[in-house]
Design a protein around this ligand. Structure first.
Ligand code: ADP
Ligand code: C5P
Length: 243
């Protein structure tokens, strides 16, 4: 019997380990809901892993000068504002361990600028943005889907503060954009993706209990993920030796 058990172990360790696939986490939610704050907490707490944060904003279409002349009529909160095909192919490459170039989007000029950010494969890839759960092909790549939920008034207050004080924009302009595009698109496209989330965090980065549970879950999933990918037979070995 012990010979049989040892042969299972040696067979399992003979073949080369399959390459380790990165663990993909998607963090969606409305504007100023606390997505970046949650991602930064995940990043800080997983400091012992190779982790890369990617913002969906990087995949905004670069606007032509003609469109820029009427930029106040442009909806930055519509799914078509993003180059989703590029985001998908970039994520697929990362999933297969390839180095990728992430576009460098300049929020002030609303254009892509050079050089792009070169990103190497990592253990964990966190994709953050208002609409990262919108496209089913992107969703299918994600191992964990999070939706950060925050009261709309709080989000609007934060957005006004960010866009006026931090970005120097005119308050009337910020409110017009919010009423014409941000709020309706949130209701039409962002909020409906909440149903795809594995985890909904009310209160964003302030929700210590939710963040702790997520971290525990990520660590458990990472353990299972690594073991299954590297040594598909490892659970057989463990269970055999426990008999
Ligand atoms: P998002 O990435 O969803 O746009 P951020 O995490 O960047 O949101 O947060 C938006 C703004 O609100 C930032 O200025 C951030 O510092 C602030 N903020 C985020 N979470 C909280 C919180 N729980 N309490 C107070 N301010 C917060
Ligand atoms: O970080 P946050 O989730 O707020 O980023 C998304 C928001 O950025 C969108 O609601 C969009 O209206 C805004 N945006 C903008 N101008 C751009 C690009 C995005 O106001 N050029």
């Amino acid at each position: 019997d012990i010979k049989k058990k040892l042969s299972i172990q040696s067979n399992a360790s003979k073949g080369p380990p399959s390459p380790k696939l990165p663990f993909f986490i998607g963090v969606a939610g409305g504007t100023a809901s606390g997505k970046t704050t949650v991602c930064n907490l995940i990043n800080t707490q997983l400091h012992d892993q190779r982790i890369v944060l990617i913002n969906q904003d990087s995949f905004y279409h670069s606007l032509s000068d003609k469109i820029l002349q009427k930029v106040n009529d442009y909806n930055f909160d519509h799914p078509e504002a993003f180059d989703t095909e590029l985001m998908l192919s970039t994520m697929e490459k990362l999933k297969h361990g390839q180095v990728v170039n992430i576009p460098n989007y300049d929020i002030n000029s609303r254009k892509r600028v050079e050089p792009p950010r070169q990103v190497h494969p990592a253990d964990i890839i966190v994709l953050e943005g208002i609409l990262v759960l919108h496209d089913s092909r992107v969703r299918d790549l994600l191992n964990m889907k999070i939706f950060v939920d925050e009261d709309s008034d709080i989000r609007l207050a934060r957005r006004i503060q960010r866009h006026t004080i931090e970005r120097g924009r005119n308050i009337q302009n910020v409110l017009d954009q919010y009423c014409r595009f941000v709020k309706p698109s949130f209701e039409d496209f962002v909020l409906p993706t909440k149903k795809y989330a594995d985890i909904i965090i009310p209160g964003g980065g302030d929700n210590d209990v939710a963040i702790d549970l997520i971290m525990q879950n990520i660590r458990t999933k990472l353990g299972q993920h690594d073991l299954c990918k590297i040594y598909p037979n490892i659970f057989i070995i463990f269970s055999t030796f426990q008999i």
